[in-house]
Ligand binder design. Structure first.
Ligand SMILES: [Zn+2]
Length: 69
């Protein structure tokens, strides 16, 4: 299944070699809010919503990756 970025103005799609990675919203409210801060429009988040890497800077990714369960 092809993933598409949940940001309407973004046309990113996942396909091999696209160079863009897709990320689910964190379950932690605090992190989720940080993500929403970077997103320039109101979006509806579902458990399948993904945002592509174009909207984040590397520091944000590090935070997301270091998240422990
Ligand atoms: Zn995007």
């Amino acid at each position: 299944m092809v993933k598409t970025c949940c940001i309407k103005t973004c046309k990113s799609e996942s396909y091999s070699g696209c160079g863009v990675s897709f990320h689910r919203f964190p379950s932690k409210e605090e992190m989720k809010q940080k993500w929403l801060d970077v997103i320039p429009e109101p979006i509806k988040i579902t458990k399948n919503s993904v945002v592509c890497s174009l909207h984040f800077n590397p520091a944000d990714f590090l935070m997301a990756k270091s998240r422990r369960v």
